[in-house]
Design a protein around this ligand. Sequence first.
Ligand SMILES: C[S@@+](CC[C@H](N)C(=O)[O-])C[C@H]1O[C@@H](n2cnc3c(N)ncnc32)[C@H](O)[C@@H]1O
Length: 281
Amino acid sequence: MASRGRRPELRGPPELYYDKNEARKYVRNSRMIDVQTKMAERALELLCVPEDKPCYVLDIGCGTGLSGDYLSEEGHYWVGIDISPAMLDEALDRDTQGDVILGDMGQGIPFRPGTFDACISISAVQWLCNANKKSDVPAKRLYCFFSSLYSVLVSGGRAVLQLYPENSEQLELITTQATRAGFTGGVVVDYPNSAKAKKFYLCLFSGPSTSIPEGLSEDTEEEKPAKSTFTAERVPYRIARRGVVRKSREWVLEKKARRRRQGKEVRPDTQYTGRKRKPRF
Ligand SMILES: C[S@@+](CC[C@H](N)C(=O)[O-])C[C@H]1O[C@@H](n2cnc3c(N)ncnc32)[C@H](O)[C@@H]1O
């Protein structure tokens, strides 16, 4: 799965690993912004929420709010929870549109039952598999997390959690605790044959089991080479997304491709797709 030496979860508790310095670097890293945005996009696609109805979404391990920004861009309202004050400070500095709270998902999600329509989490849940204190028992923390998540979702609500399991035992531990907590669902693996692009999405349903979408493969989408750059300035979200402006042709084409992958009927792309209409009087 990922190489051991480079895994942040093995370098100490998340609230210490994501300190002021790391949080600053994180939110200015154009590759990080791109990756978090793409994974949030895929998570939202896997959630299959109605496209034209805003939902109230929980973002677990929301960090600096990069994943949340994508939810806002798609017209949803969100609340984020994160254990790192430094990451949340960056989210507040960036004026993200969601509300953020400080909290440890391993101690449960502190909201009333049935608060959220859906939940996403990007690159956070694997942190629960590591014990940083003697009293931390990963299975117990995972169970506490999943059972509280089950409760804060509306009946029939869904959660899509992108995560980086260290090995198959860890994935098994996570899915077992999710099932114990009452969830049905499964794991979608995108790009299973690519060391770099392979991604795991745990898709959970709080209602009866639904069919799990297929993972993406190298045949469905070309992998673009990823490059990391740091800037001294705060990178505005739209520029960081390499100019993918809402309602632009590129934005419309991406959205249509996403709908096609969801099996929806979409009109063919033409030279007029995404073209600005002249104002009507
Ligand atoms: C890779 S970052 C993802 C950030 C976020 N998705 C974004 O868009 O900026 C992982 C986040 O998970 C958070 N995290 C790790 N363990 C956590 C826990 N037990 N409870 C809440 N958040 C946690 C970390 O603090 C970190 O901000």
